[in-house]
Design a protein around this ligand. Structure first.
Ligand SMILES: [Ca+2]
Length: 227
């Protein structure tokens, strides 16, 4: 699936897409790709534009006032706020990749690993129970309103892996930034079903080892311009 996720800069900007409209954004343009076996994936066109990545000192102070249980250091890697320009439009998955889509990927490629087999053996009788919002863990994609780009669930549901290595932001205006050349942790964005509002912000960056697995982690496909 990683092979489908072209466009490092696009992935790097997932957090911004959660809530900050790029300048000049128009009504979402959408295309559907059929994956076979009756499974399809919808993507929306994200226009080129400019936005502010990260949080200013004023935003951090406002955040701390509204989120008194959030430690100030959790905002630390959101600085410095810097202007980023995306020079070309690109396609992004309308939803997080679903279990059905990933199953289709596995069927088509034979992809599997020991952890999958172990989980199936360890939890053969797992079931899903309804909760107050209708879902005990992640909700079915598209259960909640889309943002201005037509993207669902950028806030919450599942954390979304980014291709960028985690590292400090560079100050100054940048165009199509690709993030650090190397690192230990990959960036995750958006928070998940179990997180509070401090992590459900477009500026927040989480991080984890690339091989880390959890029920709150997912991803979204991105297609580079021209695909
Ligand atoms: Ca999400």
């Amino acid at each position: 699936m990683r092979a489908m996720a072209h466009g490092r800069a696009a992935l790097a900007l997932l957090g911004a897409l959660a809530g900050n409209a790029l300048a000049g954004a128009e009504a979402p343009k959408e295309r559907v790709v059929h994956l076979g076996g009756g499974v399809k994936i919808s993507r929306v066109l994200i226009p080129a534009g400019t936005f502010t990545m990260g949080s200013t000192e004023a935003l951090i102070r406002a955040g701390l006032a509204k989120l008194p249980d959030t430690a100030e250091e959790s905002f630390a890697d959101e600085k410095p706020a810097h202007k980023v320009t995306i020079s070309k439009a690109f396609w992004m998955g309308k939803h997080e990749v679903t279990v059905g889509q990933f199953r289709r990927f596995v069927e088509a490629t034979g992809w599997c690993n020991a952890a999958d087999l172990t989980a199936k053996k360890a939890f053969p009788d797992w079931a899903v129970f309804n909760w107050d919002d209708g879902s005990l863990y992640t909700a079915p994609v598209g259960s909640f309103k889309a943002n201005a780009f037509g993207l669902h669930d950028t806030h919450g549901n599942a954390w979304e892996w980014c291709q960028d290595w985690h590292g400090p932001y560079k100050a100054g205006e940048q165009t199509d930034p690709k993030g650090p050349e190397a690192g230990v942790f990959r960036v995750i964005r958006g928070g998940c079903w179990i997180d509070g509002p401090g992590r459900l912000r477009s500026a927040h960056r989480g991080r984890n080892y690339p091989g880390f697995r959890a029920d709150g982690f997912g991803f979204r496909v991105v297609l580079a311009p021209g695909h």
